[in-house]
Design a protein around this ligand. Sequence first.
Ligand code: APR
Length: 162
Amino acid sequence: MIEIIQTDITTLEIDAIVNAANTSLLGGGGVDGAVHRAAGPELLTFNKTLGGCEVGQVKLAPGFNLAADWIIHTVGPVWQGGTRGETELLRSCYINSLELAVSKSYREIAFPAISTGIYGFPIEPATNIALTAMKKYEHTFTRIIACCFSEADRGVYQALLD
Ligand code: APR
């Protein structure tokens, strides 16, 4: 089932959390920065063996010091007005993350609001894309968590889910 919560995703003790990374996988700000801080320096060392990640794709990493066992890195599209395939690329982030989790038999997965921070994707359409993808998999997982960081985002997710 789909759960909407408002917390720091690095505190979730579940199979996998999804990280909104960049193509280098060498860390950054936002949730990527929080994930690296919580996981510790071994994450960066590991990521350097991954050879980066393309937009819309996913790469798997151990959680290291994170509460979660695994990290699914994905790279969301930078919003450029909506005419450069951003919708399809963001949908790919969610679907590819869910498919990877299915292939590993994870039962619980949590997502941040991918691309809606530094990458500037408007929260409403991004939330629609996120929830539509999650709905397709809600019977495959015990819990699919939409982990919002702000009350405002949680409100958007809740309103759309209702
Ligand atoms: N837990 C959950 N959500 C968080 C956290 C956290 N600890 N920190 C930030 N967020 C939220 C933001 O509030 C936003 O709603 O994650 C969402 C995604 O925002 P960003 O982290 O800025 O990610 P994104 O917009 O996809 O931009 C990716 O930012 O951090 C860099 O290296 C990253 O270059 C990449 C870019």
